[in-house]
Design a protein around this ligand. Structure first.
Ligand code: AMP
Length: 407
């Protein structure tokens, strides 16, 4: 592990009631500490901190009032391991920011104007951007001298052409309210598409990849030569694939119908489509492990939920195949994509004419390494790529501040 100066990056992912963090050393991309504060603002807040080198984990439960108290607690835990925020080795703090709109196409060093713009984007990301802002502001108070870098979930998708980014609605209305397709999970799609090219032994510029990020939230993207040309999430993360609790695509008139005929309020429909739909709405479970267990026992409700999930996934593979014209690889990632071999097998089944196939034996192997699961004869590689959003945020942050301070 390196001890050279200015190579550490603290990555913060601040949610409305949680803060996830990792401290990385970018001289060798190693992790020094990882942790999580949950249930901020409640009596039973919880902090879990792991010091990687000594493989020790400390857990703590009690009231943590707000994000400032949470970050102070994190700073104390890091200090106990000799990794305090006052360390001269800390080069910057990289923050996950969910919505960067059309403004932020790349990671950005935070200043007052950047904070104001992230704030201006709150109407299109009411759940996420306020928490991300709180995280940045709190980190600034702890280390005012340190560069804070915002890494946006939407940035990777800003290369989408207008034909993919715009909805076919009245242009003036769309522009007035910034209604367009932004896409999310961008750090994961960026990392996984590059890692796929690496696995194929090629430069990202030479490879076309369909990335399937299948976690509790799920999104697909079409990446041509390292640049995103389409993605399945839109104005918000609700569009696209069937997810753990989100419906993904539906006829927008379903909303009018539920309001007019079903008597539901906009907030009720919002909750229905974001929290009570997708797999959990279809069968009562959103964990793919449980759904597969039920399928294996012959549960018809779980089987139908699985079939709807796969049908949508297959439609997006076909759509993005057409968008790209030539596909070199399909990459599966995130909780479901990395672990659920039946999902990978079913998503690709019947697509042999498109050059897609999965080797059952390779598909059954469990590993946390990037790997190919397609047979040698297949024209299109099928890959499983463990995603690493924290490493990607740290890499982008370090590249930005490293240029200014180290070279
Ligand atoms: P993520 O949002 O990427 O953390 O993914 C979480 C989801 O991954 C869970 O809700 C499960 O559906 C799924 N998952 C995690 N582990 C497994 C596994 N071993 N087999 C199948 N699905 C899994």
């Amino acid at each position: 592990m390196s001890s050279s100066r200015d190579t550490r990056i603290l990555v913060l992912n601040s949610g409305s009631s949680s803060v996830k963090y990792q401290l990385l050393d970018m001289s060798d991309s190693s992790r020094l500490a990882v942790g999580l504060v949950e249930r901020i603002g409640e009596e039973t807040s919880r902090l879990k901190h792991t010091h990687v080198e000594s493989d020790t984990t400390r857990e703590w439960s009690g009231p943590i009032r707000d994000h400032e108290a949470a970050l102070k607690a994190v700073a104390e835990e890091l200090a106990k391991d000799g990794l305090g925020l006052d360390s001269p080795e800390l080069a910057a703090i990289g923050h996950r920011v969910v919505h960067g709109g059309q403004t932020f196409t790349a990671p950005t060093v935070v200043d007052d104007a950047v904070l104001a713009e992230i704030e201006r984007l709150i109407p299109v990301a009411p759940l996420h951007n306020p928490a991300n802002l709180t995280g940045i502001r709190t980190a600034q108070t702890l280390r005012p001298d340190l560069p804070q870098v915002a890494v946006f979930d939407t940035a990777f998708h800003t290369t989408m052409p207008e034909s993919a980014a715009r909805y076919a609605i009245d242009t003036a209305t769309a522009d007035a309210h910034r209604v367009r397709r932004y896409g999310f999970h961008g750090t994961s799609h960026a990392y996984v598409s590059r890692a796929t090219a690496k696995l194929l032994g090629k430069a990202p510029e030479d490879v076309n990849v369909i990335v399937l990020h299948l976690g509790n939230g799920a999104s697909a993207s079409a990446v041509r030569g390292g640049r995103c040309v389409d993605t399945s999430m839109g104005l918000t993360p609700l569009e696209g694939l069937v997810m753990g609790t989100r419906s993904g695509d539906l006829d927008p008139a379903v909303i009018f119908h539920l309001a007019r005929v079903g008597g539901m309020s906009i907030d009720e429909i919002d909750t229905l489509l974001n929290k009570k739909s997708g797999l959990i709405g279809l069968c009562g479970d959103n964990d793919m492990r449980e759904i597969r267990r039920r399928v294996d026992e012959g549960d018809e409700e779980a089987q139908l939920a699985f079939d709807i999930y796969i049908h949508r996934l297959k439609k997006y593979i076909g759509a993005y195949y057409a968008v790209l014209g030539r596909v070199d690889a399909v990459a599966f990632t995130a909780g479901v994509g990395e672990n659920a071999s039946p999902v990978r097998e079913a998503a690709v089944a019947g697509l042999e004419e498109l050059g897609l196939a999965v080797d059952s034996e390779l598909n059954a192997v469990r590993s946390d390494r990037p790997r190919l699961i397609s047979p040698e004869y297949a024209r299109v590689a099928v890959a499983v790529i463990p995603t690493d959003e924290e490493l990607e945020i740290a890499t982008q942050t370090y590249a930005l501040v490293g240029r200014n301070t180290h070279q």
